[in-house]
Design a protein around this ligand. Structure first.
Ligand code: NAD
Ligand code: USQ
Length: 406
C-alpha cells in the first residue's frame, strides 16, 4: 500500500513509519516539524538524541534498502499545498498523528489554547475536506485518545466508541439507540479530540469516508524492533513537564535520582499501552478497514489500566527512587476507577505487552545512558489548569518549581 503518515516525525509516528516500511509498504511522512520547534520554544529536548528527519530516513535506507519519503507540509495551515500533495500521490491509506498532543502544553496560556484548537481541528478538517474534494477512497486511521471518554467508568466498562441506550419515546415505549459515548474532555487538547470525533461522524455519514478512530491510552517505552536497528533510528523520548507522560517520566526520574512526581494522591487511574503494541495495533487497524458507508470504526487502543501511585510505588520498589506527592497542577478527579473494553484488538490477534519489570528496567537503562542530556529544571509540571491552581502552586514553598530538587 501507499501510506501517508501525517506527523510521522513524532514519538508514535516515527516507529510506525519504520514498521510499515519494513513490511514493504510505500511510506510517505508528512510533517511540519512543529514538535521540534516546540522543543525550542520550551527550551527542552528529547532525552534521546534525535537526528533530523532527513538523516533518519537516510539511515533507514542504508540499513534496509527501503525508502521513506519526507514532505515538509503544515496540514493545518497550508491546505492547498496539502491538497495538491494528496491529489498527486493518492495514498491508499492515511494515518493521522499530526496534532498538538500534550494536555499541559494546551493549558499553558490563552495563546497555547488557541494554537492547539486551531492546529488540531484544522488539521483534521483539512484532511477530511480534501479527501472528499479529491474523491480519495483512502482508509483514514486517526490517533485519538482514551481521554475523550473522561476516566470514570460508573461501574461499567467503557465500550469501544458507542454506547447502547434506551430512549423513552413520546408514547412511553423504549427505542434502542447506539450513540457516541458521551464526550468528557479534561483539557483543551482532549477537547480537540472530541471535536475530531464529530468531524469523523459527519464525513462518514455524509460522504461515505472510511474512518477508523483509535482511542489510545498513554504510550510508554521508547524502543521498537525497528528503532533498535541503528542508534540513529532512535525514537523521541520526552521527559519534561509538558510533553513527558507519566510512566515514562517516572522511569526517567528514577534513572536520574529525581523524586517521582505524583500529582495529588496519585489516585488517578489511566489506560496504558507499550509503544511496540501501539505500532502493532495501527497495523491491525490498517488491515481491517471499515467498508464505504460504514459508521466510524472505533477501537480502544490500550492494554491495561493502572493507578498513578501504584506505578510510582512499583518503580520505587524496583529502583529505590523516592516518591514525592505534589500539589496537582491539573483539574481532574483525585481518585477514579477505570475499566475499559479492548476486545476488538485482542480478537484481531494482539498479544499485549504488559508492564513487567524487565521492560521497565530496560527503559530506566536507556534513560541512564542519556541522563547527561536531562535539564532537571524542566522536570516539574507547572502548567496549571486554572488561575486558582496556579496561585496555589505559587504559594507553596515546597513546590519543586520553586526549589531545586536534588
Ligand atoms: P508527537 O508530538 O511526538 O508527534 C506529533 C507529530 O505531528 C510531530 O512530529 C509534529 O511535528 C506533527 N504535527 C503536529 N501538527 C502538525 C501539522 N499541523 N502539520 C504537520 N505535522 C504536524 O506526538 P505523539 O506522542 O507521537 O502522538 C501522536 C498522536 O497520537 C497524537 O495525535 C496524539 O494525540 C495521539 N496519542 C498519543 C499518546 C501518547 O502517549 N504519546 C497517547 C494517545 C494518543
Ligand atoms: N501525572 C502525574 N505525575 C506526572 C505526570 C502526570 O501524577 O509527572 C498524572 C496526571 O495528573 C494525570 C496522569 O498522570 O492524572 C496522566 O498524565 P499524562 O501526562 O501521562 O497523560 P495525559 O495528559 O492524559 O496525556 C497523554 C498524552 C496524550 C494522550 C493521553 C491518553 O500526552 O496525547 O491522548 O495520554 S489518555 O491519558 O488515555 O487520555
Amino acid at each position: 500500500m501507499k501510506i501517508a503518515i501525517l506527523g510521522g516525525d513524532g514519538f508514535v509516528g516515527w516507529p510506525t513509519s519504520l514498521h510499515l516500511s519494513d513490511q514493504g509498504h510505500e511510506v510517505h511522512i508528512i510533517d511540519n516539524l512543529s514538535r521540534r520547534w516546540i522543543d525550542a520554544e520550551l527550551g527542552v529536548q528529547s532525552l534521546t538524541p534525535m537526528d533530523s528527519i532527513q538523516e533518519r530516513t537516510r539511515i533507514w535506507k542504508q540499513e534496509t534498502g527501503n525508502t521513506i519519503r519526507f514532505h515538509l507540509i503544515d496540514i493545518a495551515r497550508d491546505y492547498e499545498v496539502f491538497k495538491a500533495w494528496l491529489a498527486e500521490n493518492r495514498p491508499d491509506a492515511i494515518i493521522h498523528f499530526a496534532e498538538q498532543r500534550a494536555a499541559p502544553y494546551s493549558m499553558k496560556s490563552d495563546q497555547h489554547k488557541n494554537y492547539t484548537v486551531n492546529n488540531n481541528v484544522n488539521a483534521t478538517h483539512h484532511l477530511l475536506n480534501a479527501m472528499v474534494e479529491l474523491d480519495l477512497d483512502a482508509h483514514l486511521v486517526h490517533l485519538g485518545t482514551m481521554g475523550v471518554y473522561g476516566y470514570s467508568s460508573v461501574g461499567a466498562a467503557i465500550p469501544e466508541g458507542y454506547l447502547s441506550v434506551d430512549v423513552e419515546t413520546l408514547n412511553g415505549s423504549k427505542a434502542a439507540q447506539e450513540i457516541l459515548y458521551p464526550a468528557n474532555p479534561g483539557s483543551i487538547y482532549h477537547m480537540t479530540k472530541c471535536l475530531d470525533q464529530l468531524l469523523f461522524q459527519f464525513y462518514a455519514k455524509n460522504d461515505g469516508l472510511k474512518v477508523t478512530d483509535l482511542h489510545q491510552g498513554i504510550v510508554w517505552g521508547t524502543h521498537t524492533e525497528q528503532t533498535l536497528r541503528h542508534k540513529q533510528l532512535i525514537n523521541r523520548f520526552d521527559y519534561d513537564g509538558d510533553y513527558g507522560t507519566v510512566l515514562n517520566r517516572f522511569l526517567i526520574q528514577a534513572a536520574i535520582g529525581y523524586p517521582l512526581t505524583v500529582h495529588g494522591t496519585g489516585g488517578q487511574t489511566r489506560a496504558f499501552i507499550h509503544i511496540q503494541d501501539s505500532v502493532r495495533c495501527i497495523e491491525l487497524a490498517l488491515k481491517n478497514p471499515p467498508k464505504k458507508g460504514d459508521r466510524v470504526k472505533v477501537f480502544n487502543q490500550m492494554t491495561e489500566t493502572h493507578r498513578v501511585r501504584d506505578l510510582a510505588e512499583l518503580i520505587s520498589r524496583l529502583t529505590g527512587a523516592k516518591v514525592a506527592y505534589l500539589p496537582n497542577p491539573r483539574k481532574e478527579a483525585a481518585e477514579n476507577d477505570l475499566v475499559v473494553e479492548n476486545k476488538q484488538f485482542l480478537e484481531l490477534g494482539l498479544n499485549p505487552i504488559t508492564l513487567e519489570e524487565g521492560l521497565l528496567s530496560e527503559v530506566v537503562d536507556v534513560a541512564k545512558n542519556f541522563a547527561y542530556r536531562v535539564d532537571r529544571s524542566r522536570v516539574p509540571a507547572v502548567s496549571a489548569w486554572t488561575k486558582e491552581i496556579a496561585d496555589e502552586i505559587e504559594r507553596d514553598p515546597e513546590h519543586p518549581r520553586l526549589k531545586s530538587v536534588s
